[in-house]
Design a protein around this ligand. Structure first.
Ligand SMILES: Cc1cc2nc3c(=O)[nH]c(=O)nc-3n(C[C@H](O)[C@H](O)[C@H](O)COP(=O)(O)O)c2cc1C
Length: 375
């Protein structure tokens, strides 16, 4: 299974299964000299952890991160950073009744088709639990981005048929405060209330619901990203679509740009009050030619409804015999995984952007020739 790494210079490799002893991530390529401790990582992990809201799964995992390597006397050394999170709440035996059943909407059919073996205990590598590792690595990437004055904020834009219709706050601090105040990470209180009701209804119906997360990155310089195969949208789309249950991604005006005229969609260039060249609108979502324009990067990601639902579902077993799939006794799941995917989106965005920042150092001779501090 040669697909557990992501990134070029800031490269992560995640490992571990949902119901194994631990999960973790190795970060290779983090620059030396970054002050780093578990306290920089834990708050972001806490936002993704199960059991933190009445609307998410009650499965209680503490998701406490431990730094095993790559940090000496509080700063990164440039060596690989290894992060570990011990699994605590998994009851593997309860999955035995579904061991030979194909779970509708989940990965066991395709993993079996490909590898001939599947870790049925919480779906092994295909579990959403893997995303804790990305979030831990993303927190390190975010720390670097904060030093570069880049701010990433994701929020819930749609749950089922309930969509945020308000213009989103442009000030990052205000937007962050609105998102944090909402139980569903949606910046508008009224829309949040409707989303909460819908998720509760869906849960009572023993069902699940999908949704859309929008993400904005503020403070990016113009010129980040590379053309052709490394267009910034292309790497971000890969990162976002690698998140389990992510099914769609749109940049800027996205699919609605397909219904527009050029005169509506083209963002006019203007000089702002500080003399900087900006665009008056941001239909492009902050990129042109695969390179950032310096306007906020804006994209949204669509998530399908959680495949774990309490309703019985039709399926077959591995020999093709018709069966009914019901969730294992005591198993926990989210009626709407979109809520827990918000920090995962921020993490994948941070991983892509920090990589782009590092790669950017190779784009011109002037950036390469700055003097080394080593004598
Ligand atoms: C944070 C997070 C938590 C998830 N939790 C669950 C879950 O409890 N039950 C479930 O069926 N799927 C869950 N998923 C989604 C599955 O892992 C995913 O649907 C599965 O691996 C199949 O992959 P695909 O949907 O990308 O095709 C979760 C995803 C994320 C991002």
């Amino acid at each position: 299974m040669a697909s557990n790494s992501f990134g070029s210079l800031f490269r992560i490799t995640t490992w571990g299964e949902s119901h194994g002893p631990a999960i973790g991530v190795v970060i290779d390529g983090c620059p030396a000299g970054l002050p780093l401790s578990e306290e920089d990582i834990q708050p972001m992990l806490d936002r993704r952890a199960p059991g933190v809201s009445s609307l998410t799964t009650p499965r209680k995992e503490q998701d406490k991160v431990q730094i095993l390597s790559g940090v000496f006397e509080g700063v990164t050394t440039g060596a690989p950073i290894s992060l570990i999170i011990w699994n605590k709440d998994g009851k593997s035996g309860s999955y035995n009744p579904v061991r030979h059943l194909l779970k509708p909407g989940h990965a066991n059919f395709t993993y079996l088709a490909k590898y001939g073996v599947f870790d049925h205990r919480g779906s092994g590598r295909a579990s959403g639990r893997e995303t804790a590792c990305r979030v831990a690595a993303g927190a390190v990437a975010l720390k670097i981005l904060t030093l570069c004055s880049v701010r990433i904020i994701a929020y819930v834009k749609r749950i089922g048929e309930i969509e945020l219709s308000h213009v989103v706050e442009q000030d990052p601090e205000l937007l962050k405060a609105q998102v944090t105040a909402s139980p569903v990470s949606c910046p508008d209180p009224e829309t949040s209330g409707s989303m909460v009701s819908l998720i509760e209804t869906v849960r009572n119906e023993k069902d699940s619901v999908g949704g859309v997360i929008e993400c904005r990155a503020f403070g990016l310089p113009a010129g980040l990203g590379d053309p052709i195969y490394e267009k910034i949208e292309a790497t971000l789309a890969k990162g976002v679509l690698s998140i389990p249950a992510a099914k769609a991604v749109e940049f800027g005006a996205g699919f609605s740009s397909c219904r527009m005229r050029g005169s509506e969609h083209n963002d006019p260039f203007v000089k702002d009050s500080s003399g900087k060249i900006v665009t008056e609108t941001n239909m492009a979502g902050g990129t042109l030619g695969g390179i950032t324009t310096g306007m906020p990067l804006v994209f949204s990601a669509g998530f399908k409804p959680t495949s774990s639902i309490e309703k019985a579902q039709r399926t077959v077993d591995t020999s093709g015999e018709e069966k009914e799939f019901t969730l294992p006794e005591g198993s926990r799941h989210d009626p709407c995984i979109v809520l827990r995917a918000v920090p995962v989106i921020e993490a994948m965005t941070a991983l892509c952007l920090v990589d782009a920042l590092l790669l950017n150092r190779t784009s011109t001779v002037s950036l390469l020739s700055s003097k080394s501090s080593v004598h």
